[in-house]
Write a protein that binds this ligand. Structure first.
Ligand code: SAM
Length: 220
């Protein structure tokens, strides 16, 4: 088993990762750094360990997502996927979930398509489009929407709403500014279902996963 992710404490997340899972996560990281050298994918720059920590950050959400997504094969959109976080690690660890990665920049989606082939990830779909366009072409199709480092919470909710099924859920990965960002959200339109602190092994940073659902409006 590769030791880099293990030495950063990935096993402390309690996710019961198999050796094959760890190898796939490491292969994703290798492809990221290889493509980054050639194509200068700025969103995935950084020291090897810092990129690894971004990946670990991305999978800390899984226990909470598992708790709230009751469906066997939920369809989940990742808005502004960039180099594939959090969608690719989630797709590796949850092969029965269906992930749609929406990213506007073509050289990033070329990388995501490459990773799809290299890792044989049959449960991901990569859309080289703006989120606003997908909201028009696939309205109300998703059981959940997630994003990481995409935009502020109020804007994320506004962009997600047309994509969501009526009983769909939002998973917003947030850091210190979560309380400030929550103040800008109209709570007549949204219900805060959960606000879960996330622990990243070996890193003292505040991370939270907010889970929200749209408030169903009764016809007048
Ligand atoms: C800061 S990066 C974060 C990437 C990744 N989620 C991560 O955590 O590493 C934000 C990404 O969102 C994409 N983006 C911004 N606005 C978008 C939009 N309206 N539709 C699709 N992609 C968008 C950008 O191209 C960029 O790749």
């Amino acid at each position: 088993m590769s030791s880099d992710l293990v030495s950063l404490g990935i096993e402390g997340l309690g996710l019961n990762l198999s050796p094959a899972n760890i190898l796939d996560l490491e292969l994703f990281l290798q492809e990221m750094s290889r493509w980054n050298r050639v194509h200068n994918l700025t969103a995935i720059e950084g020291e090897a360990n810092s990129v690894r920590l971004h990946l670990i950050d991305s999978i800390t959400v899984l226990p909470v997502m598992r708790q709230f997504l009751g469906l066997q094969n939920p369809k989940i959109a990742d808005l502004g996927s960039g180099g594939g976080l959090p969608a690719i690690p989630i797709a590796i660890l949850q092969p029965e979930w269906r992930l749609t990665l929406i990213e506007a920049i073509r050289k990033k989606t070329a990388f995501l398509q490459h990773v799809r082939g290299k890792l044989g990830l049959k449960n991901i779909e990569v859309l080289s489009e703006r989120v606003e366009a997908v909201a028009k072409s696939q309205p109300g199709q998703f059981d959940a929407v997630i994003s990481r480092a995409f935009t502020n919470l109020a804007h994320f909710l506004e962009l997600s709403l047309p994509l969501l099924k009526p009983d769909g859920l939002i998973f917003a990965m947030k850091a210190r500014r979560a309380n400030e960002e929550l103040q800008d959200v109209c709570m007549d339109d949204w219900r805060l279902v959960a606000d879960e602190p996330l622990q990243i092994p070996n890193l003292v940073v505040e991370r939270r996963l907010l889970v929200l659902s749209p408030v169903r409006k009764l016809p007048l």
